[in-house]
Each structure stands twice: as C-alpha cells, then as structure tokens.
Design a binder for this molecule. Structure first.
Ligand code: ZN
Length: 216
C-alpha cells in the first residue's frame, strides 16, 4: 500500500509518518531527505541542487518530481511508500498520479492532519529548547516546571517573533497550494480527515485504524 500524509508545517506529520513506517514496514518519502541524500552522494544532480540551495532559490518541481520517480521506480519499495510533505502542489500531484500508474502501483489512502492556524502558531512559536540539557518544552502545551525540568529557566530558548510571520506564511501557502490536490483525492474516495489537534498517540490510533482496515 502507498499512503500520502498531508498536513500544514508543524502539524506533526513527520512524527506520525515515522510511527506508521515502523508499524506497517513502509518506506518514508520526504523531499527534504531526498534532496539531502542526493547532495550527500555527490551526484551531478546533487551538485546542481546544492548550488540552487546555496543561492537561496527554490528547487523546481521538475527536480523534485525526478527524485520522486526514482523512489517509485525502485522495486525495493514497491507498493510500500508513505509520502510525507509530497505532493505540495497540483503539478506535483499530477506527477505522482502518473508515476504511480506507470509503475503499476496505487495510492491506498490519503490522510490529512487538520490543525487550525492558532494551534500551529502556538505549537511552533511556543516551542522552547533548553540550551543546557536539550529538553524540548512548549509554553502553551507542555511548559517547563520544577517537575519536568531541573535547569535554571534562563536556559530556555525561544524563537523570535519574526518566525511567527514565517509560520503564518507557510501555513497559508499550504492552504492555497494543497487544497486543490485534496479535492483531487476526495473525488477518488481515498481521503480521510484526521483531527491533528488530538494527542500524538490518539492521532496515531486513528491513523492505525484507517490503515489496518485497508489491509484486510
Ligand atoms: Zn535543561
């Protein structure tokens, strides 16, 4: 089975994808990982990607689509992929659809983690890292206290307000670019909405239920 996981940045997609991978023995496909791997392997494409990134430019859909095709055509991962953060726009969605068909596979389900904008902002902007011990807290959802943290509070590091704008921008880009793809999957009855505001384990239980029902 191949699965696509949608959700805005900060919705916890990566965490859930990792759990699904372990439970169902799937292979996670994240474009960030693919790009980093290509650079690390020093391929021609990797060098090209590196110079584009060094310039601060965006990697084109064509390059991303080529990397995705490589994974889909790899027999080792046949019909056991979970896409995390791909497709990001309609062009990528159409590419995925045609490559999946070309390599005689199918998308079994599309899961979308729903999280509202305010929660995303709190999740990301409330994040605090202790520079002394490395523990991660959230001032809204999991504040540091004497019960869970023994360092001086002065070690807790927070992101600056600038990042709030970036978070909102990324969230809105997500809504604008990905909603059209979701419609595409809704028409095929592959689409499941997941309450992304629930606790990590509850979210996973819901996802588990959906995937397990596909297997039978
Ligand atoms: Zn600490």
């Amino acid at each position: 089975m191949n699965i696509i996981l949608f959700g805005p940045p900060g919705a916890g997609k990566g965490t859930q994808a990792t759990k699904v991978v372990k439970k169902f023995n799937l292979h996670k496909v994240s474009t960030g990982d693919l790009l980093r791997e290509e650079i690390k392997n020093n391929t021609d494409l990797g060098n090209k990607i590196k110079s584009i990134m060094d310039r601060g430019s965006l990697i084109s859909d064509n390059i991303i689509n080529d990397l995705i095709t490589k994974v889909i055509s790899n027999k080792k991962f046949y019909n056991r992929l979970i896409f995390d953060g791909y497709p990001r726009n309609l062009k990528q969605g159409k590419n995925l659809d045609s490559q999946i068909k070309k390599y005689k596979q199918k998308i079994s389900c599309v899961l979308s983690l729903n999280v509202d904008k305010e929660s995303i902002i709190k999740r990301i902007s409330g994040r605090q890292i202790c520079v002394n011990c490395g523990l991660i807290f959230n001032e809204y959802y999991y504040p540091a206290s004497s019960k869970n943290h023994s360092c001086d509070p002065k070690f807790l590091n927070k992101r600056s307000d600038d990042n709030k704008k970036t978070i909102i921008n990324r969230f809105e880009t997500y809504l604008n670019k990905t909603l059209p793809i979701l419609d595409f999957y809704k028409e095929q009855n592959l689409f499941h909405q997941i309450n992304g505001m629930a606790k990590i384990d509850q979210i996973f239980d819901e996802i588990y239920g959906i995937i397990a029902s596909l297997e039978t």
